[in-house]
Design a protein around this ligand. Structure first.
Ligand code: CA
Ligand code: CA
Ligand code: CA
Length: 429
């Protein structure tokens, strides 16, 4: 009530010269309107509703709004500087919501925001962050955990709440541990998502809380839908021989065996059905073992045979040594170049071995080719169009030697129609 104190008026009358009389009235206030002195009082009320209220000593009562640094506070309290609180203890440094802690940093290096987020008892290294109602509310000795969302880190039932976990992350309503055991570096992401193993990341819950994960598409069509035109999925790779421990449905790439491996029906198999590549000739640095071994360049690559080299009356052959390579089947693949003006002749490739054929030779792949076939273009040779055909030959075989021969039924000159082969692969299993 300091400003309600008495107003003093001082009237001073001056007596002037006897011929005239003049009155000067001087009004002043106590305290003065521009008082620069300190003010002290034992209690304070502000507002007409508090005129008759006697504040306790040390108490200031503001009826409507308090502005600090502003003369027009729009809220009950408006400040224009910082709000400083002491570090949280059980009784200090807490912003409350009703009777409940709302924002505080109890413990070491922690931060909690949300009604009853965290607690006022936890100990240890800390470094936890909990945002959302009751997030991490049962943490006792947890370290570096992050929980965001309603009940994050405590789950729906509280039964498996994180009390002593380390470096775990829970994001989403009720996201948290699915086990009583303290977890390390576990992550549950999504509503009701639970994680029960260390170093694991779980996306989504189960049942109606299950999610499909889309990388790219806004409406994923499968449990995992990756959409990237020109992109790829890189699966785990193993650089040494042997397979990892497996369960049905696994897949990985064995860089040592150079093939994808899948675990199905209780065991590991190669994705290509068990084929193993044992020879590959691309003729970029020679034609080792081939007869004849002359090559040409077409469409930017070196091939065996080719324009003016292989054609009428010419076959290209090689014997591959399979000694020490146990197998019961062989597969030969190659690219067959049919160059220039073929007119209905046959291209062929055969593979020969002790058990692959009942006679000395057997045509396993053959194709009739005409220069008017669709999809041809001029890759080289004469201006006539050329075609590239992919030959695949498979059959039983267990011999130590495999003969591969390519040929044709071409009947005109080598500059009129010719052929060549490239990327010859021999697979066994
Ligand atoms: Ca080549
Ligand atoms: Ca041509
Ligand atoms: Ca011909």
């Amino acid at each position: 009530m300091i400003f309600r104190r008495a107003l003093y008026a001082l009237l001073i009358l001056f007596s002037a010269l006897p011929a005239f009389a003049e009155t000067l009235e001087l009004v002043t206030y106590y305290p003065t309107a521009a008082n620069t002195g300190d003010q002290h009082t034992t209690g304070l009320t502000v507002g007409p509703g508090y005129l008759n209220v006697d504040p306790a000593d040390g108490v200031a009562l503001i009826e409507t709004r308090l502005g600090i640094g502003t003369n027009d506070p729009q809220e009950q309290l408006q400040i224009t500087g910082n709000l400083r609180l002491p570090p949280t203890t059980a009784t200090t440094g807490i912003i409350m919501s009703g009777a409940n802690p709302f924002i505080h940093n109890f413990g070491a290096n922690n931060f909690f925001a949300g009604v009853d987020a965290g607690n006022l008892k936890m100990t240890g290294v800390g470094g936890n962050t909990g945002v959302g109602r009751e997030a991490l509310k049962l943490s006792a000795t947890g370290i570096f955990n992050t929980a965001v969302g309603f009940h994050a880190g405590v789950t729906n039932t509280l039964a498996n709440a994180d009390t002593a976990g380390v470096r775990n992350t829970y994001i989403g309503m009720n996201a948290g541990p699915g086990t009583l055991d303290p977890l390390i570096n576990a992550t549950a992401l999504g509503a009701n998502a639970l994680v029960s193993a260390d170093n694991a990341l779980v996306l989504g819950g189960t049942g109606t809380d299950a999610v499909s994960v889309g990388i790219g598409p806004p409406t994923p069509q499968a449990t995992l839908d990756v959409t990237s035109d020109g992109g790829a999925i890189l699966v785990p790779r193993k650089t040494t021989a042997g397979d990892p421990a497996g369960v049905n449905g696994m897949i990985y790439y064995n860089a040592n065996a150079k093939r994808f491996r899948t675990y199905q029906d209780g065991g590991w198999q190669s994705l290509d059905g068990g084929w193993r590549l044992v020879y590959r000739d691309d003729f970029e640095s020679g034609a080792n073992g081939w007869s004849p071994g002359n090559g040409t360049t077409i469409a930017g690559t070196l091939i065996l045979g080719g324009y003016n080299v292989a054609g009428k009356g010419v076959t290209l052959s090689k014997y591959f040594d399979l000694t020490g390579i146990p197998h019961t089947q062989i597969k030969v693949e190659l690219d067959y170049y049919a160059i220039d003006s073929w007119d209905g002749e046959w291209a062929y490739v055969w593979a020969a071995g002790n058990t692959i054929v009942t006679t000395a030779r057997r045509v396993i792949w053959a194709q009739r080719i005409n220069q008017t076939d669709p999809g041809r273009a001029n890759f080289g040779g004469s201006p006539a169009t050329d075609g590239i055909y992919h030959a695949v030959l498979t059959g039983p075989h267990s011999d130590n030697s495999l003969g591969v021969t390519a040929g044709s039924t071409l009947d005109q000159g080598l500059t009129d129609e010719s052929y060549g082969i490239d990327n010859v692969e021999v697979w066994v299993r």
